[in-house]
Design a protein around this ligand. Structure first.
Ligand SMILES: NC(=O)c1ccc[n+]([C@@H]2O[C@H](COP(=O)([O-])OP(=O)(O)OC[C@H]3O[C@@H](n4cnc5c(N)ncnc54)[C@H](OP(=O)(O)O)[C@@H]3O)[C@@H](O)[C@H]2O)c1
Length: 242
């Protein structure tokens, strides 16, 4: 599908990658761009229509689907990362919050907007991560939530095939936003990620591996215990002993 003339909704459009998604939609000539955010007053991108939306709140999700019933392109961007190991934290609250937003929130949005998209097919872009593919102890419970969201994305594609909805999975390692602030690691720009995501939508492509790390990890999955986990284990052992 073409972005030009589409009606799009981006979750978490107030900052970071979501803001970049919204800006690029306007730049590519979307007919309307809804910028959804928990605080809609923070959606200040020119040409973007603010919508109040916490994706973990079922009534707000239903209200957004009713209000934005002309949407043809849904960008599920909102997410949280609590930098939480599985064993370390005193309780599993971080893991619950990540699952609530990254998996159940995204699921809830897909369920609410699938009927909205049904008439014209349209597209759903799910913002995933390289952590969908493997577990890094530093972000372990986040990885579990993104693996769940990856599974959701693959299943959704099958379930929505009959109505012609394109479902695009976007994976990246570190992106230069608040979420990765303070980490001294190579980062891809938000603009580079959104360009690839919308190029994929326009080309009918179902997966975006937005950086070198994502491409390497995905390509290594058939030998993950040999290629991915030993260096991660070594790094982690160094981190906890030193
Ligand atoms: N940055 C990275 O390194 C990286 C790498 C791979 C994938 N990703 C993914 O990219 C997406 C965007 O992340 P980002 O880098 O832009 O992070 P960010 O700067 O922390 O922004 C996260 C966005 O999600 C919103 N959000 C969080 N919980 C929400 C909820 N319950 N309902 C609605 N909105 C909610 C935030 O809104 P508030 O302002 O209200 O908190 C904010 O707009 C996420 O799905 C993230 O997992 C990020």
């Amino acid at each position: 599908m073409q972005i030009s003339g589409s009606v799009a909704l981006v979750t978490g459009a107030n900052r970071g990658l979501g803001r970049a998604y919204a800006r690029e939609l306007v730049r590519r000539g979307a007919a309307k761009v809804y910028g959804a955010a928990r605080n809609p007053a923070a959606v200040t991108e020119p040409g973007v229509v603010p919508v109040a939306l916490d994706i973990t709140d079922a009534s707000q999700v239903a209200a957004a689907a009713a209000r934005c019933a002309d949407v043809t392109l849904l960008v599920n961007n909102a997410g949280v990362m609590k930098a939480s190991t599985f064993i370390g934290p005193p309780d599993p609250d971080a893991a619950r919050q990540e699952m609530a937003v990254n998996y159940f929130g995204t699921l809830s949005m897909c369920r609410a907007f699938a009927p909205v998209l049904a008439s014209g097919g349209g597209a759903i872009v799910n913002m995933l991560s390289v952590a969908s593919f493997y577990t890094n102890p530093f972000t372990a419970s986040y990885g579990a939530s993104k693996a769940a969201a990856w599974s959701l994305t693959n299943g959704l594609r099958v379930e929505l095939h009959h109505q012609g909805t394109l479902v695009v999975a976007v994976h990246a390692a570190f992106i230069d936003t608040d979420m990765a602030a303070g980490l001294d690691v190579p980062k891809v720009s938000p603009e580079a990620v959104v360009q690839q995501a919308f190029d994929a939508v326009e080309a009918g492509q179902i997966e975006v591996l937005a950086d070198e790390r994502s491409r390497f990890v995905k390509a290594s999955l058939s030998r993950d215990h040999e290629l991915i986990y030993p260096p991660v284990q070594e790094f982690w052992d160094g981190a906890i002993s030193g």
